[in-house]
Design a protein around this ligand. Structure first.
Ligand code: NDP
Ligand code: BG6
Length: 474
């Protein structure tokens, strides 16, 4: 890279949001947060740290109480001890822990235990419920909550955050959606989390497109030859193999995280960026995509994957790598391949959306989500000096180390509190996403993935496959 501009900020980006949030009504009202599955991995790694972050930045109401609930027979002191150990690096953790309480129950349908939490809250105005539990207990939990809530008058909002996976295929997804409807949860109360939607560069996609009208002239099939959305992780399942083996990389990353990025790139810009308009436009993209074809899909599994002691089936065919081509049947994108690629145990941590320009297969606009956000043009120019030969270089903007951007979970939890649903997955969007992937998932069940060495960028066949999909190298 010859030159680069670094976006950096010594001052916190929280400053502007603090002013806005603190003038909103909900901020002046008492809040109860209820974390179901408080003893678990997600709660420890993401939910509580995000709540801490909001509290630390004065983005939680003064009267906030955070209740944890699970089957583990802890008391409040034990929960605090557990969180103190896992969040030790956070300054002022002890003051935050004073807001945190815990109660255990016999299971997630234990109405009397959940009810006793509500009884011990002197006032419940707004209620945020976070389901950090496995999907098989979602509906027991939501049913118990509904019944307990019907006996407690909540004067403000009730909002539920649901974690992925939302089903295993179209049928199970519909079943989950139907049971929530039968329990009379309204769509406006449900916040289906895809944490990639909370990442800085993903949030930037619509901002970039909306605020740079010139981009519209190149954001189409006449200029763009292919779109490559790439996710690489340098580690394997690391003890989560039991969970992962029943899911696989297609469900874990492609059907949700990468597909969400695709829809934001491919959607038509609505006149206004309201939640409803954005989600309508995303659904339109999904509905215009033909189902994915097995012949357009390369699968891999890293050597040693089944050595993970949590994986029971040592002959498992679960893919840990996938590369799949899709299309968007809309006039703007006719014939442009959208290639989604994701893999575990690869050579680096990287997630990028690359929009290749027609021509030489190297010129592209790249939106890098991680490790450090960046936007750059991968392009060719004259080699500096006497030479008249071209060199390939990047012109771009990198977010510097001092550029403070919120963690995805922090941003999304604040959105829930503010009632902002644009970055959450709507029911029809979810069904459309499953409809696109379910036939492929069924057809690859019996297919043996190609083995690859951990630390490579995928199976050997990858390069030829990408070339055949018209994907270049930026
Ligand atoms: P855990 O396996 O840690 O489960 C969370 C808690 O749920 C456990 O502490 C346990 O609490 C309870 N639990 C676990 N298994 C069962 C069961 N079979 N029946 C009833 N209760 C059970 O999961 P995670 O915290 O990792 O994930 C929670 C949710 O978030 C899942 O839906 C997961 O897919 C999703 N998710 C997780 C991510 C992560 O990084 N961990 C990332 C993205 C999504 P207790 O025994 O005390 O009741
Ligand atoms: C989760 C997947 O949704 O995303 C994990 O279940 C994956 O397998 C994780 O590791 C990646 O998230 P991030 O934010 O670390 O890129």
């Amino acid at each position: 890279m010859l030159n680069r501009t670094i976006v950096s900020s010594e001052t916190s980006h929280y400053d502007d949001i603090q002013q806005i949030v603190q003038s909103e009504k909900w901020f002046t009202q008492p809040l109860v947060v209820l974390v179901l599955g408080a003893s678990g991995d997600l709660a420890k790694k993401k939910t509580y740290p995000a709540l801490y972050d909001l509290w630390q930045q004065s983005l939680l109401p003064r009267q906030t109480v955070i209740w944890g609930f699970a089957r583990t027979r802890w008391n409040t002191q034990q929960l605090r001890h557990h969180l103190r150990r896992s969040m030790a690096e956070h300054a002022s953790i002890d003051r935050f822990l004073d807001l945190c309480f815990y109660r255990h129950g016999k299971d997630y349908g234990d109405k009397s235990a959940i009810s006793s939490i509500f009884q011990s809250c002197t006032i419940i105005h707004n209620l945020l419920i976070y389901l950090a539990i496995p999907p098989q207990v979602f509906t027991d939990a939501t049913l118990a909550l509904k019944q307990v809530l019907s006996q407690n008058r909540i004067s403000g909002f009730v909002r539920i955050v649901l974690e992925k996976p939302f089903g295993h295929d179209t049928i199970s997804c519909r079943k989950l959606l139907d049971s929530l409807k039968e329990q009379e949860w309204k769509e406006s109360e449900l916040y289906r989390m895809d944490h990639y939607l909370g990442k800085e560069m993903v949030q930037n996609i619509l901002m970039l497109r909306y605020n740079n009208p010139w981009l519209q002239h190149i954001w189409n099939k006449d200029v763009i030859q292919s779109v490559h959305i790439l996710f690489k992780e340098p580690f394997g399942t690391e003890g989560r193999g039991g969970y992962f083996d029943s899911i696989g990389i297609v469900r874990d990353i492609c059907q949700n995280h990468l597909l969400q990025i695709l829809t934001l790139i491919a959607m038509q810009l609505p006149e206004q960026l309201t939640s409803a308009a954005i989600r309508d436009a995303k659904v339109k993209v999904l509905k215009s995509m033909p189902v994915l074809q097995p012949r357009d899909c390369l699968l891999g599994q890293y050597e040693g994957y089944s050595d993970d002691p949590t994986i029971a089936d040592k002959d498992t065919r679960t893919p840990t790598y996938v590369c799949v081509r899709s299309f968007v049947n809309a006039p703007t994108w006719e014939g442009v391949p959208f290639v989604l690629e994701a893999g575990k145990a690869l050579n680096e941590r990287l997630c990028e959306a690359r929009l290749f320009f027609r021509g030489n297969g190297t010129s592209a606009l790249v939106l890098r989500l991680q490790p450090q956000p960046a936007i750059f043009l991968s392009t060719n120019m004259k080699r500096p000096g006497f030479s008249m030969s071209p060199i390939h270089t990047h012109m771009g903007i990198e977010y510097g180390e001092h550029c403070i951007v919120p963690e995805a979970y922090t941003r999304l939890l604040l959105d829930v509190l503010r009632g902002e649903q644009a970055s959450f997955v709507r029911d029809d969007e979810l069904v459309a996403a499953w409809e696109l992937f379910t036939p492929l998932l069924k057809s690859i069940e019996m297919r043996s993935p190609i083995k690859y060495q951990p630390g490579m960028d995928g199976p050997h066949e990858r390069e030829n496959f990408l070339r055949s999909m018209e994907v270049g190298k930026p």
